[in-house]
Design a protein. Structure first.
Length: 476
């Protein structure tokens, strides 16, 4: 179908062209047109009113004669629209919001430019300006949140410990961080694999890029591929109609950390291997590759070698992610780091400290839960401690007994059981006393025992710290 232009209308129907000219001239929206040299060839009444001139006064003159800082020359120079600028009109001391557009003929040659007023009422401009400022503030806030979400929180300083084994670990971590190869971090649960991954990113040349951390064990298998690789529009029921980029794409130019990589489903392992080899992601339901450039760091507490042998982990992927291996030592192999770990953990708690007896117990215990268990024990002890010093009475009974056994206590089994029972009973009574503000009568009632029995248990278990307060409490 042939395109109809104003020139065609001029030749075939002068009346229509005249009507068009009248309509534009009388539009309530201000509009003017310049030729390719910036000379005004048309201006309607509304725009002329902004300039306090008659339309005939502007024809044949350069636009900068009326608007010295006009953006029209820039539009003519670069051939691109200039949208949404607020323009001050000196003659009327008014502000208008205008859009400017280049004009091209049928052959694609630039022949001029036009400017159109979008808003001219001060109250409209003020409202729009406030909305723009509000949106700008929100965009900046979201940008900060996204940046924070894609940053590694941990650095090498986050890894506490100066034992020989930890110093060797940190030195190896720094050497690996300076390369761009894949790193596999191994270690028992609670040893700090996530800290090591963040430290690798922040010590690498990709530290300014995004850091995307994914816990493979936390994602349901049926959602894994769409979460990791993204999906195309309409790929499955409930999918976003515009599709979604996967976590791998978000890691472009940065680091992708796959925690608990041993929990990757076999199907996802195949696709991940393809991404590593091709350096491109294909979203679910889409064949178009999306190029990506990231550094891969993985972590596991499982024996991937055994998983390869039994067929639950792909051998080719294992060798891809295992080019460099960092083995985090368990806490029992670096007991000399415990005082520093305790100080680091309690440092945010306003002067709370552990007694020498507690530190001695900690260094006799084997810590099967590693650093995470130590932090949990300290949290438990702080909830029971009176004052700023954690004592053995504030520790979990099982830990105290475990430390005694592992430290060489050769007591008979019945004697050890009695120690555990008494320690548990003592902790239970202490908790009840604190909940009842050290009122013995109320505490005895809470525990379902007589007041005399309560005093006997306190005497037997050595709970005397608040005897004076107890005496006062009897009269409450």
């Amino acid at each position: 179908m042939k395109e109809i232009t104003v020139f065609d209308l001029d030749k075939s129907s002068p009346d229509i062209c005249s009507m068009l000219n009248i309509a534009i001239m009388n539009l309530p929206t201000g509009l003017f047109i310049c030729d390719k040299n910036g000379i005004v060839v048309f201006i309607n009444k509304a725009y002329a009113n902004y300039l306090s001139i008659e339309p005939t006064e502007a024809i044949g003159r350069h636009i900068t004669d009326f608007i010295p800082d006009s953006r029209i020359p820039h539009v003519l120079q670069n051939g691109r629209p200039d949208i949404g600028a607020i323009r001050f009109i000196p003659k009327t001391s008014s502000r208008i919001l205008t859009n400017r557009y280049p004009l091209y003929n049928a052959q694609g040659t630039l022949i001029g430019a036009m400017s159109m007023v979008v808003l001219d009422k001060p109250e409209q401009l003020h409202i729009l300006q406030r909305q723009i400022e509000s949106l700008g503030s929100k965009v900046n806030s979201y940008a900060r949140r996204i940046k924070a979400a894609l940053e590694a929180r941990y650095t090498l300083d986050s890894i506490v410990g100066a034992s020989e084994v930890m110093l060797a670990f940190k030195q190896l971590l720094l050497r690996f961080a300076r390369t761009d190869g894949s790193v596999l971090i191994t270690g028992q649960t609670g040893t700090g694999k996530e800290l090591a991954a963040g430290a690798i990113h922040n010590a690498s040349r990709r530290s300014d890029g995004p850091y995307v951390s994914i816990n493979c064990a936390a994602i349901p298998h049926d959602l894994f591929e769409s979460e990791l690789f993204g999906y195309a529009p309409g790929s499955f029921s409930g999918a976003r109609k515009e599709g979604k980029a996967g976590q791998i794409e978000l890691a472009d130019q940065g680091t992708l950390f796959l925690d608990e990589v041993g929990d990757l489903p076999l199907g996802a392992q195949v696709k991940l291997l393809r991404v590593i080899e091709e350096r491109a992601v294909r979203r679910v339901g889409e064949s178009t590759p999306h190029p990506v450039n990231f550094r891969l760091v993985t972590a596991t507490n499982r024996d991937l070698g055994k998983m390869v042998a039994n067929g639950s982990f792909r051998e080719d992927l294992f060798y891809r992610i295992n080019s460099m291996t960092l083995a985090l030592p368990p806490l029992r192999d670096r007991l000399e780091d415990i005082p520093a770990l305790v100080e680091h953990t309690l440092g945010r708690q306003g002067g709370v400290r552990c007694s020498a007896e507690v530190l001695a117990i900690f260094q006799r215990y084997s810590w099967p839960g590693n650093v995470r268990e130590l932090k949990n024990v300290l949290s438990y002890a702080m909830s029971l401690a009176e004052g700023n010093t954690i004592t053995p009475d504030d520790l979990p009974p099982a830990l105290v007994m475990g430390a005694a056994l592992q430290g060489g206590d050769k007591s008979a089994p019945a004697e050890r059981l009695e120690v555990i029972r008494e320690s548990s009973e003592r902790n239970a009574i202490l908790v009840a006393l604190r909940e009842n503000r050290w009122n013995v009568t109320r505490t005895a009632r809470t525990l379902g025992i007589s007041r005399a029995n309560m005093y006997e248990k306190m005497r037997k278990l050595g709970i005397r710290r608040h005897a004076e307060r107890d005496a006062e409490g009897e009269h409450e």
